[in-house]
Design a protein around this ligand. Structure first.
Ligand SMILES: CC(C)(COP(=O)(O)OP(=O)(O)OC[C@H]1O[C@@H](n2cnc3c(N)ncnc32)[C@H](O)[C@@H]1OP(=O)(O)O)[C@@H](O)C(=O)NCCC(=O)NCCS
Length: 200
């Protein structure tokens, strides 16, 4: 889904010249472009991320093709997470968007050297504010390994509620893993007392 309103107010990032869709206090979000394929390809090749998210490293060519395809699709929006100086530090997305049901899935991955500094929470809050504050979603859901402590901590901090476990739902390194299912509903987002990304 593309957002017609609210994109212009975030403006152009001074350092990189990228058009920001969202500017929160400590990070900005900019739409992923095909020239970002190399960055995403590098991050997706990180073994920790591959293990935690269950992604399979693809060729750079396949990555480029996928971004091109995703740009045409209106069931997902992909963003780079940027520091205030324009440094790209990760990828966040609203995928599987279903406008009739008002549902979408959240994907989040930071480059290893930028983890553990609060950027994951900042990026997630900015995306959540976009999904509920500018787009008509009612439910955002995430699945992650039940052992992915950092993801569970970040999601819980952003208000996501643990709603269940998909047992033996993925296979990594020769064994089956359970996936925790978390979600955030619009009324729960409305009840959050934190400042919104647009207040930054
Ligand atoms: C999961 C991920 C996005 C988290 O982002 P991050 O920037 O590292 O996390 P933050 O620094 O914002 O941490 C937010 C909170 O979680 C807590 N936290 C982070 N890692 C934790 C861990 N391993 N155990 C317990 N708490 C943890 C932090 O202490 C912080 O809480 P606080 O503000 O109360 O101190 C990042 O680690 C990542 O990209 N991992 C690989 C890909 C992945 O697993 N994606 C998740 C798919 S849903």
């Amino acid at each position: 889904m593309t957002e017609d309103s609210g994109t212009a107010d975030a403006g152009l990032d001074a350092e990189t010249g990228r058009e920001l869709c969202r500017r929160a206090e400590s990070v900005g979000l900019a739409a992923v472009d095909v020239d970002d394929a190399e960055l995403l390809h590098g991050w997706r090749s990180d073994p920790v991320a591959a293990y935690e998210i269950g992604i399979w490293p693809r060729s750079l060519t396949a990555m480029r093709e996928r971004i091109e395809r995703d740009t045409e699709d209106d069931d997902r929006d992909d963003f780079l997470v940027l520091l205030p100086d324009g440094t790209p530090i990760g990828h966040i997305a609203l995928s599987n968007q279903n406008i009739v049901n008002g549902t979408a899935q959240v994907e989040l991955m930071l480059a290893p050297e930028y983890r553990g500094q609060g950027h994951g929470s900042a990026a997630l809050d900015a995306l959540v504010d976009l999904a509920f504050g500018e787009l008509p979603f009612h439910r955002l859901a995430v699945e992650t390994h039940t052992e992915n402590a950092s993801a569970l901590a970040v999601l819980t901090k952003s208000g996501f509620v643990h709603e269940g476990v998909s047992r033996a739902a993925c296979l990594h390194r020769g064994r089956r893993h359970d996936l925790a299912v978390l979600s955030l509903l619009r009324p729960e987002w409305e009840a959050l007392s934190r400042p919104r990304a647009w207040d930054a």
